[in-house]
Design a protein around this ligand. Structure first.
Ligand SMILES: *Cc1c(COP(=O)(O)O)cnc(C)c1O
Length: 402
């Protein structure tokens, strides 16, 4: 059968028709353990009752009115986000790329508001992923994604991730901001070192630059903190959120201090769908669960459990797994076998994991995963490892026994 979809994805031949919690049921009736969460999106798993109820109740009332009117649901949700974070102001969109796009625009406008429109450059990092619009691709700097789409938008100076000296050297008269994922997701679960992230904050303060965090993947409880910046004890000036924030409903948000947002006055930005009541109902329901007392501490605890179990796996399969890295419930396995082959082996064991750069597979279970489901997932990862290990020949085995 030929597909009518634009062929931009190498899809595996597997489709799902139902989901419940950490489990997905394929169209041929097989149950899979979902340790990908639709790429860090289904933060509360599939068909979470509180989220379903919120969506259905709102759907029966009102879907969308437009940003020409006040949206009480957006006011309330934005207020809760500011109360839980460093931010004073929020703007809602529908995706991560849109959130990062506004982050870039806001940083440029802040410099303009300071009378420094020349300072439109941002320092960005190798291995970053910020989305697929022309500006976010330029920020990400991945040549594979930029190829053939015309000149790369100017204003992004890319340096190696983790290299504070390279950042210092790249700061020039046109630099106005730094954009970084504190934990690179697509880049292969590369966790920014505390001295690196804190060093970026110090450099921004020293040179009067805005510090912008892309927490589209690392935010909303994934690391055991509401946002990953809390792990580092420094706050950004602007933060882009998406993925997990809607629990599966398309939703993005930019969080900013009043100072960073000061250029964004009347008419400077807009969106048709952003902040619609349906999305707000889903986002609010996610917050009800994630910000409930004890929930994030439990995510951190489960992150440690996962990490320990994965460490055991590395010990058992050193020829398959080279390294574990991550924080909380975003963990990466750097492999000695091709990551796409490993993800296929995991699927054969009815487990979903997500490939990333640097030959990593990401382990991103829903935040509501149970301890038993973590142990079962790691057991299946072990089974996937054995696909790559040659069983000892019969004669050898006998020899070893004597
Ligand atoms: C996924 C991702 C994006 C892009 O989000 P979309 O919703 O696909 O536009 C941006 N930044 C990071 C860190 C991401 O992981």
């Amino acid at each position: 059968m030929t597909s009518a979809l634009l062929p931009t994805y190498a899809r595996c031949h597997l489709a799902f028709e139902r989901g419940e919690g950490v489990w997905l049921t394929s169209t041929d009736g097989e149950k899979y353990l979902d340790f990908g969460s639709s790429i860090a999106v289904t933060s509360l798993g599939h068909a979470h009752p509180h989220l379903n109820r919120a969506l259905i109740e709102q759907a029966q009332k009102l879907w969308i009115t437009s940003n020409l009117f006040e949206i009480p649901e957006a006011e309330a949700f934005a207020k809760r986000l500011t109360e839980a974070t460093f931010a004073d102001l929020v703007f809602f969109q529908n995706s991560g790329a849109e959130a990062v796009e506004l982050t870039i625009k806001m940083a440029r406008k802040w410099n303009t508001a300071n009378g420094a429109q020349d300072r439109f450059h941002m320092i960005t990092f190798e291995g970053a992923f910020h989305g697929r619009t022309l500006a976010t691709l330029a920020a990400g700097g991945n040549p594979k994604y930029l190829d053939g789409f015309g000149p790369r938008m100017p204003g992004f100076d890319t340096v190696p991730f983790g290299d504070l000296d390279a950042v210092k050297a790249a700061i020039g008269p046109q630099t106005g901001a730094i954009l970084v994922e504190p934990i690179q997701g697509e880049g292969g679960v590369r966790v920014g070192a505390p001295e690196f992230i804190r060093g970026l904050r110090a450099l921004c303060d020293e040179h009067k630059l805005l510090l912008c965090f892309d927490e589209v993947q690392s935010g909303i409880g994934r690391t055991g903190k509401f946002f990953a910046y809390e792990l580092y004890g420094v706050a950004p000036d602007i933060l882009a959120s998406a993925k997990g924030i809607g629990g599966g409903f398309p939703l993005g948000a930019v969080l900013a201090t009043a100072e960073a947002a000061k250029g964004m006055g009347l008419g400077t930005h807009g969106t048709t769908y952003g902040g619609n009541p349906l999305a707000m109902a889903c986002g609010a329901a996610v917050l009800d669960v994630v910000l409930a007392p004890g929930f994030l501490d439990d995510v951190a605890r489960k992150g440690l459990l996962l990490r320990q179990a994965l460490a055991g796996l590395v010990g058992e399969h050193p020829d398959v797994i080279a390294e574990i890295r991550g924080e909380g419930l975003i963990q990466g396995l750097r492999l000695r076998v091709p990551n796409a082959d490993f993800a296929a082996a995991a699927r054969a064991e009815k487990l979903i994991v997500i490939p990333a750069a640097e030959n990593v597979v990401r382990i991103l279970p829903p935040l509501i995963v149970s301890d038993d489901e973590i142990r079962e997932g790691v057991r299946r990862l072990g089974a996937a490892c054995r696909h790559f290990e040659i069983p000892p020949a019969h004669g050898d085995k006998q020899g070893a026994n004597t």
